[in-house]
Design a protein around this ligand. Structure first.
Ligand code: MRU
Length: 358
């Protein structure tokens, strides 16, 4: 892999978390400094930072920010630890579906619980772990990209949904990491990006970052995918994940399930690309994955303007669950996992326990 993305959506810089404001792309490309734990909680909730691995990194940074604030209160060490654990647990609730957030906050929580040194040393350890999670994610995504590139046919058109790119991770992408690595080997590869209503991550973010890296991308609306599949214009689908159950059922951005059904009907391989930290082995199936319900305004309004009757009822789940039987493979940093997923996931965890930073 030699293809580097220019995008770093979130970085720990001089005691603050510097992040790209993803709510204003593509109109503006601006960084903001998040300096307090509560600001981080709000940045995750309002999707200034978004995408499963990126909010994991944000959660880890957020715990350090809380630690820095608590330090100023001159609390006894045990009281400091108790309050910081409460803050880490609170940070983990800023969004409910992507398990990377809970995973990263738990990494920090474990460090706090085990610490028997002093406040300064503990903050240093938490900062080290936050930076490690951030940098490690980029390396994992590169491995995901390289593993996935192996199954991309020559000259393929890859359909993707939402944004599972550099913007959603430490800076290379999962599904778009596969695209980057494949494009590096074969520059005739191209992408079709679903718009991804209601928040348009596909239109606003995926097209933006691929165009920035010079990778050919065509924007389509969500309802068009079956049409292009029926015309033989899509060779594979590759999307990210917010949480994968032990049986391979996968939660990803709302609309993913529809794409997977259509891909199955048209005999097109449908791949998930995600790091092991997105797999939640504590839950048996997708039925147990909590689905975020978001503000109704995301559906009723576009750019602040209402697009429907103000009396209409609205439901706005942020994610759906694709059943494992629709998934051709789960592309991870340790290889491509295949059905039966209970077995391949279990084996991946047993073999790569060390890689999970636990
Ligand atoms: O609501 P979002 O924008 O955070 O949802 C993001 C997705 O659904 C991504 O596909 C997923 O997090 C994978 S990101 C590598």
């Amino acid at each position: 892999m030699t293809f580097e993305s220019k995008i770093r959506p979130i970085q720990w810089v001089n005691g603050v978390s510097r992040m790209l404001d993803q709510t204003v792309i593509p109109y503006e490309y601006k960084y903001i400094d998040v300096t307090t734990g509560q600001q981080m909680f709000d940045a995750i909730k309002t999707m200034i930072v978004r995408g499963a691995p990126a909010i994991g990194i944000a959660g880890a940074h957020g715990v350090v920010l809380y630690a820095q604030e608590l330090e100023k209160q001159n609390l006894p060490f045990e009281e400091f630890k108790k309050q910081l654990i409460e803050k880490a647990d609170y940070m983990a609730t800023s969004r409910p579906t992507a398990v990377n957030l809970m995973w990263a906050c738990k990494q920090q929580r474990d460090i706090i619980e085990k610490s028997n040194s002093d406040i300064k040393t503990l903050i240093k350890e938490l900062t080290k772990k936050a930076i490690e999670i951030e940098l490690d994610d980029i390396e994992r995504c590169k491995k995901i990209g390289d593993n996935g590139a192996e199954v991309v046919p020559k000259g393929a058109t890859i359909l993707t949904h939402c944004n599972a790119g550099a913007l959603a991770t430490g800076g290379y992408g999962t599904a778009l990491g596969v695209v980057r690595s494949a494009y590096d080997k074969d520059n005739t590869v191209q992408v079709f990006a679903d718009e991804t209503r209601p928040r348009q991550q596909g239109a606003r973010l995926t097209t933006f970052e691929l165009a920035m890296d010079g990778i050919p991308v065509t924007l389509i609306t969500d309802g068009m995918c079956s049409y292009f599949m029926s015309k033989g214009m899509i060779d594979m689908v590759c999307v990210g994940a917010d949480r994968i159950a032990a049986n391979g059922d996968t939660a990803n951005k709302i609309g993913t399930y529809t794409v997977a059904i259509s891909a199955k009907y048209h005999n097109i391989p449908f791949y998930i690309a995600a790091p092991l930290s997105t797999i939640d082995t504590n839950i048996k199936s997708g039925k147990e994955i909590p689905i975020e319900e978001r503000s109704h305004e995301e559906v009723t309004h576009i750019n602040g303007k209402i697009i429907c009757s103000d009396k209409v009822k609205v439901i706005n789940p942020g994610f759906d669950v694709t059943p494992n039987e629709l998934i051709a493979g789960i592309i991870t940093e340790v290889g491509i996992l295949r059905a039966p997923y209970e077995e391949s996931i279990k084996k991946a965890f047993e073999t790569h326990q060390k890689l999970l930073l636990q």
